[in-house]
Design a protein around this ligand. Structure first.
Ligand code: BGC
Length: 378
């Protein structure tokens, strides 16, 4: 295992204005991620702010590798699942630990859609459907690093016309900024040379215990949404928009994830737990960045607030985690030990005229902002 241990003293001198912190961050060394694949360089980049919050990212999939935030015992916890080396990421069973997924994050039914009268067939990689951009989605690509600074990194990926079946050469830039308010701000900007569809999202598995194989059922969740998009048993939206009132999907009042997760409610049975698209109350209409969800783990005091300008959020409760991957510090990705909170357009929007449009035309700019903000409740 290759990792660099930064001690409390080192950290406090470097980032914390001399204030000593009785803790250590177990950061990975760049050498554990430096690799050339298909002539392209993969590496590891570290962002930090003055509070000591630290994020490591790799340009393999524009991916978050670790994310260290303060917890109430005075120590920092790494709150995202992942691996210690680039080789482990390249071999992982679950390829969705921390990357940007796309071109279309989430599912497209039967992997096809019609745009301007032309039917496009995408790669099928989830039963009979298309998930997270296909087998060679953006999370499997090596991105160009455009710029890297102490608290900010910009990466670019140019997706060629026809990749995974999508039309148009698409250029996507993702910018990660770590602010002094303990926010990781993720900004996406894209343009295309032919009409296409787009819905990138960030796909970390969070565990606010710190990554230690503990169940995320104890996390207390609020989702600022009053509707969701019901699906068939393969999680493809039926096109209906339903109220969450009187269902176990109602998270308008903060509720532990585990309280209702096993209810025999049809949507929970199809998803084997939570794996749904909640329509945010403001529904992206204003284009403003607003609070979408909030998660709190009482044992560490860590609060994660998710803010977005998107119309919806997918909350996935780790129901398909198999325990087959051994990640950082020996953590096993057991059933329901990580949650994803993916800000996005609705799944399968290209096939539903009543969903917000996912079409990007030449001359237009796609933009999205997602903020993961960390706070402490003592
Ligand atoms: C999806 C799950 C899927 C998982 C893969 C989530 O975004 O909603 O259905 O199994 O990604 O990691």
């Amino acid at each position: 295992m290759t990792r660099l241990v930064i001690t409390a003293l080192g950290l406090s001198l470097a980032f914390c204005g001399g204030e000593k912190r009785a803790q250590e961050l177990q950061l990975f060394e760049k050498s554990a991620f430096d690799k050339i694949v298909d002539g392209k360089n993969i590496s590891l980049y570290t962002l930090h702010n003055k509070n000591g919050m630290t994020v490591q990212l790799t340009n393999y999939g524009a991916r978050i590798v670790d994310l260290w935030v303060p917890s109430k015992d005075g120590k920092f916890k790494d709150v995202v699942m992942g691996f210690e080396t680039i080789d482990a990421y390249l071999k992982a069973n679950d390829i969705y630990n921390g990357p940007v997924v796309g071109r279309y994050g989430n599912r497209i039914g039967k992997g096809n859609f019609t745009l301007n009268g032309v039917k496009y067939q995408l790669t099928i990689n989830d039963g009979e459907n298309h998930l997270h951009g296909g087998t060679g989605g953006f999370g499997q690509m090596i991105w160009d690093v455009v710029s890297a600074a102490e608290n900010e990194i910009k990466m670019r990926y140019i997706s060629p016309d026809g990749e995974e079946g999508y039309p148009g050469n698409l250029e996507l830039e993702v910018n990660y900024t770590l602010t002094e308010n303990n926010e990781l701000v993720i900004r996406y900007l894209a343009k295309t040379d032919a009409p296409t569809v787009i819905n990138p999202t960030s796909h970390s598995y969070f565990n606010l215990h710190g990554i230690n194989s503990s169940s995320t059922n104890s996390h207390i969740l609020t989702i600022y949404a009053d509707k969701y998009t019901p699906t068939d048993k393969n999680l493809i939206p039926t096109g209906e928009i339903s109220s969450i009132e009187n269902t176990p999907l109602d998270f308008r009042r903060a509720t532990p994830i585990g309280d209702r997760i096993n209810f025999s409610f049809e949507a929970l049975v199809s998803g084997r737990g939570y794996d749904h698209n909640w329509i945010l109350m403001k529904n992206g209409g204003s284009g403003e960045i607003e609070l979408a969800a909030e998660v709190y783990e009482p044992s560490t005091g860590i609060v994660l607030k998710v803010l977005t300008d998107q119309p919806a959020i997918q909350f996935y409760s780790g129901n398909f985690m198999t325990g087959n991957d051994v990640g950082k510090r020996g953590n096993i990705n057991n059933y329901r030990t990580g949650i994803a909170l993916e800000t996005q357009n609705y799944p399968d929007a290209p096939n539903h005229a009543n969903f917000p449009s996912a079409i990007l035309n030449p001359g237009e700019t796609y933009s999205q902002t997602c903020i993961y903000k960390f706070e402490l409740k003592k």
